[in-house]
Design a protein around this ligand. Structure first.
Ligand code: V1S
Ligand code: CA
Ligand code: ZN
Length: 406
């Protein structure tokens, strides 16, 4: 007996298709879909499948994706592959979407910010269409469970791709599954709150709803320039002054919490509970979408925060305690073993289970991924080596909470 039980009085559904695990963005690309294999191994190893309904995801249809995206872009995504890319680029319908040549950054960009050059943010890779329509299908199935009242919490760790625009890929994101799920929710609920704890700004979701007072978007993210290079942290938007568009009553329905590198658990918890608490009080959401990007964890290959897995999970616990229908999505996360730990812990929180710190290594196909010094010593909650100097002063954070006034 592993002690895992179903939650009392509510239902959780889990939406996934293992096919997404086999995708390769390229050897040097930080996005590694096999982090989802590791997450699955932990979730099954602990026995969390017994605490929820698991659904195998089907691909989204082109029509479903067109609810937000430009139909030509959706056609391109459904036909593109490394072998078809050059031919598609010749098609006049798509050729008009080629951006002007770029500066020093000599990556060749094709239509819609896609590229076959190694090192591109949004590469064209084998079986890419399959991947895109599957992660989107999983998010749409999850939101359908919620809008029909069949689940109270629905989970898709392969979704949460917040940078995709209406007719452009950006920052490893091609189809904005989050926007599509919120559009579905607006059919049955008056107000949806979107919260984004990925270390990057949730620009695609914010932009899509900047004219929509029925959707409040709230992103916490690293903002500013790198010490060493002076370049802006991606995508460079999301300053505190960015609050949505006034002209169409969207003003004050976008909130941004720009954060310097090195923020610690206590500081992040203060910011999160203060700002989300205020937002919920003012907006009274009927449902919440929480993007749980795990690149805000300490030790992430791209992120620059010092958040531990427990604190990342506290954000999920806080939002869950608000007792409104909840969609939990993945997002970024570039140190695979820690992404897996965080999303396993958060699956346990969603189902009201508490997991022992000792990972059941005997029940996991690749125990070496979680063992040994530097890999977390077989623990679910290893202490990260504090890897970034903390540039967040408590008074700056207090001032920020005050500035986000109502
Ligand atoms: N930070 C960062 C980073 N690293 C890369 C990258 C590195 C190696 C590769 F082979 C390919 C790409 N790209 C970036 C960022 C994009 C970060 C996206 C985060 C996504 C998310 O976690 O929020 C959600 C899943 N891109 C840039 O910094 C842009 C460039 C400015 C530098 C990289 N070149 C390729 C394009 C221009
Ligand atoms: Ca964010
Ligand atoms: Zn990110």
């Amino acid at each position: 007996d592993n002690g895992i039980a179903r939650p009392k009085g509510y239902k959780v559904s889990y939406h996934y298709n293992s096919t997404v695990e086999d995708m390769h963005f390229g050897r040097t690309h930080p996005m590694k879909p096999w982090r989802l294999t590791l997450a699955k191994h932990l979730i099954l190893g602990y026995g969390l499948q017994y605490a929820m309904d698991t659904h195998e995801a089907l691909p989204a249809s082109k029509e479903q994706v067109c609810a937000f995206h430009d139909p030509d872009y959706v056609d391109f995504l459904s036909e593109v592959a490394p072998e078809t890319f050059d031919r598609l680029c010749q098609n006049p319908k798509f050729a008009k979407a080629v951006p002007p040549p770029h500066d020093a950054d000599s990556v060749y960009l094709g239509p819609y910010n896609l590229s076959t050059s190694p090192g591109a943010d949004c590469p064209v890779f084998a079986d890419m269409s399959t991947y895109l329509f599957l992660y989107t299908g999983a998010t749409l199935a999850a939101s359908h469970q919620l809008t029909t009242g069949q689940s109270d919490i629905a989970v898709n760790w392969s979704g949460g791709l917040h940078h995709a625009h209406k007719s452009e890929a950006s920052g490893f994101c091609y189809i904005n599954d989050i926007v599509l799920s919120i559009l579905e929710m607006l059919k049955v609920w008056p107000r949806v709150l979107y919260i984004d704890i990925d270390v990057h700004h949730g620009d695609g979701v914010e932009e899509a709803f900047q004219r929509q007072p029925r959707v409040m978007t709230l992103s916490f993210h690293r903002f500013g320039t790198y010490d060493d290079t002076g370049h802006k942290f991606f995508p460079g938007t999301g300053d505190i002054t960015d609050i949505g568009l006034r002209s169409t009553h969207g003003e004050h329905f976008a909130l941004n919490v720009p954060i310097s590198s090195g923020i610690d658990d206590r500081q992040y918890n203060y910011l999160f509970t203060s700002v989300v608490g205020q937002a919920v009080k003012a907006f009274n959401p009927s449902a919440i979408v929480l993007q749980c990007g795990a690149d805000s964890l300490g030790g992430d290959r791209l992120g620059q925060f010092n958040i531990n897995i427990k604190q990342h999970g506290e954000c999920v616990r806080f939002v869950k305690s608000l007792n409104v229908p909840l969609l939990l999505l993945g997002g970024g996360g570039y140190t695979a073993r820690n992404v897996a730990r965080a999303w396993c812990h958060e699956t346990a929180l969603a189902t009201d289970n508490e997991l022992p710190d000792a990972i059941p290594l005997d029940f996991i196909p690749r125990p070496e991924a979680f063992q040994g010094r530097g890999h977390g010593d077989g623990k679910l909650f290893p202490a990260f080596v504090r890897s970034h100097p903390n540039y967040c002063s408590n008074s700056d954070l207090e001032n920020m909470v005050k500035k986000i006034d109502w």
